[in-house]
Design a protein around this ligand. Structure first.
Ligand code: AMP
Length: 402
C-alpha cells in the first residue's frame, strides 16, 4: 500500500483528536418509503469507523448523497443514514444540521472521545464539487486530521476528497480504500495467471480505456454486452437493429488487431439472444452471430457463448469482470449475465481470485445472490474503472505517502 492508512495511526495519534472521515454513504433510497434500500456502502465503512472509535477519536463523518446540485433537498438529507449507522454501531450517531458553520462547530465541541457525528449532505453546497478552497478550509476547520475512505468518489477532486488534504495533516486512507487498492491494483499488476478480463456493458466508447489497459495486462479478454455488435459490424457482419457505435468501427478493428499482436486470447460471443423490440416482453430468438436478421436486436449472449466463456475461464487463476453480458434488467435477457455470475462464484470456490469491478456487474451478482461468494466486489463504479485504466485517482493521490 503506497499510502499511509488508519492502520498506521495509533491510539496516541488519535485519542481525543477530531478526525474528519470522508465516506461514501450515497446509498439507494426507496422513493415510496424514504427508507434505505441497500446499506452495503454503510457497512463497507464500518471497519474504519470502528477502528477510530476504538482508538478514542472523535469521528466526524461526511458524505454526499444523490445530486442536490448545491441546493438543500429534504429527500437527500442524511438523517436515515445516521439512524442506520447508529443501529449498526450500537451507539448514537449525532446528526449535524449542516456540513460547515457554527451549528456544526457547536455540535462537534460537545463530542467526547469515541463518539460519532455525521455531517449533512456535502453536495447541499455547490462548492463541494467545485473543490472550492474556502469551503474545504471550513470543512477542515472542525477537524485535526483526515481519513478518506470513500473509494466511490476517489476519482473526483472535490473539496471533501482532495481540497481538505491541503489543510489537515496527516491525511490517510481508510480500510475500504486500502482493500480496494490492494485487490484492484494486484489484479492487474501482480495477478495469478492466467488472468481473464470480462468486459460488458452498453458501449465500447465508455470502456475503451479499460480495454486498452487490459490488453497489456491480461491473457484472455472476453467481450459481452451491447458493445459486441460494434465489433461484429467492424468484422463485416449484419447486426440488425442492435446497438452499434458507427464512429467506433475502426477502433473496434484496432482493438482486435492489438489483442492479436499482444497474444491475448480475444473472445466474442458466438451466438446471441435477439429481441424484436427493446422491451422486457419482446419476442426472442437465439441465433449464431453470422445470422442476425434485419429488424432484430441482440440483447444477450447466447447459451453456446456461455459455454465457450465458461471453458475459457475454467483454467484462469484470476478473473476481473466489469459490465453485464446483456440487458440483465429484463429477465428474458438476463441468462448470459446470470450464468457468468454463477460461473465466477463456482471458480472462486476452487481458488480463483474473482473481482467484480463496480457498477452494473455488482448489481448483477447481487441480483443472482452470489455477491458473498466473490473474492472482491468493488464499491466504486467509475473509480474502479479509472483505477483499472491506470489513471491517477485525485482523492488517493492527495493522501500522505506511507
Ligand atoms: P455500462 O454502464 O456501460 O456497464 O452498461 C450497462 C448497461 O448495458 C446495462 O444497463 C445493460 O442493460 C446494458 N446492455 C447490456 N447489453 C446490452 C445490449 N446488448 N444492448 C443494449 N444495452 C445493453
Amino acid at each position: 500500500m503506497p499510502k499511509k492508512t488508519v492502520a498506521n495511526l495509533t491510539e496516541a495519534d488519535l485519542a481525543g483528536k477530531r478526525v474528519l472521515v470522508r465516506v461514501d454513504f450515497n446509498v439507494p433510497m426507496d422513493k415510496a418509503t424514504g427508507a434505505i434500500s441497500d446499506d452495503t456502502r454503510i457497512r463497507a465503512a464500518l471497519p474504519t469507523i470502528e477502528d477510530l472509535i476504538k482508538k478514542g477519536a472523535k469521528v466526524i463523518l461526511c458524505s454526499h448523497m444523490g445530486r442536490p446540485d448545491g441546493q438543500v433537498k429534504e429527500n437527500l438529507r442524511l438523517t436515515p443514514v445516521a439512524k442506520r449507522l447508529s443501529e449498526l454501531l450500537g451507539q448514537e450517531v449525532v446528526m449535524c444540521p449542516d456540513c460547515i458553520g457554527e451549528g456544526v462547530t457547536a455540535a462537534i465541541s460537545q463530542m467526547s472521545n469515541g463518539q460519532v457525528a455525521l455531517l449533512e449532505n456535502l453536495r447541499f453546497h455547490g462548492e463541494e464539487e467545485a473543490n472550492d478552497p474556502d469551503f474545504a478550509k471550513k470543512l477542515a476547520a472542525n477537524a485535526d486530521l483526515y481519513v478518506n475512505d470513500a473509494f466511490g468518489t476517489a476519482h473526483r477532486a472535490h473539496a471533501s476528497t482532495e481540497g481538505v488534504t491541503h489543510y489537515l495533516s496527516p491525511s490517510v486512507a481508510g480500510y475500504l480504500i486500502e482493500k480496494e487498492l490492494n485487490y484492484l491494483q494486484a489484479a492487474i499488476e501482480t495477478p495469478q495467471r492466467p488472468l481473464a478480463a470480462i468486459i460488458g456493458g452498453s458501449k465500447v466508447s465508455s470502456k475503451i480505456g479499460v480495454i486498452e489497459t487490459l490488453l497489456e495486462k491480461c491473457d484472455k479478454l472476453l467481450i459481452g454486452g451491447g458493445m459486441i455488435f460494434t465489433f461484429y459490424k467492424a468484422r463485416g457482419l449484419s447486426v440488425g437493429k442492435s446497438l452499434v457505435e458507427e464512429d467506433k468501427l475502426e477502433l473496434a478493428k484496432s482493438l482486435e488487431a492489438k489483442a492479436k499482436e499482444k497474444g491475448v486470447e480475444f473472445l466474442l460471443p458466438t451466438d446471441v439472444v435477439l429481441a424484436d423490440q427493446f422491451d422486457k416482453d419482446a419476442n426472442s430468438q437465439i441465433v449464431k452471430v453470422e445470422n442476425i436478421p434485419d429488424g432484430w436486436m441482440g440483447l444477450d449472449i447466447g447459451p453456446e457463448s456461455v459455454k465457450v466463456f465458461q471453458e475459457a475461464l475454467s483454467s484462469c487463476k484470476s478473473v476481473l469482470w466489469n459490465g453485464p453480458m446483456g440487458v440483465f434488467e429484463f429477465d428474458k435477457f438476463a441468462a448470459g449475465t446470470d450464468a457468468i455470475a454463477h460461473t465466477l462464484a463456482d471458480l472462486t470456490a476452487t481458488g480463483t481470485t474473482t473481482i467484480i469491478g463496480g457498477g452494473d456487474s455488482v448489481a448483477a451478482v447481487e441480483k443472482v445472490g452470489v455477491a458473498e461468494k466473490m473474492s472482491h466486489i468493488s464499491t466504486g463504479g467509475g473509480a474502479s474503472l479509472e483505477l483499472l485504466e491506470g489513471k491517477v485517482l485525485p482523492g488517493i493521490a492527495a493522501l500522505d505517502e506511507a
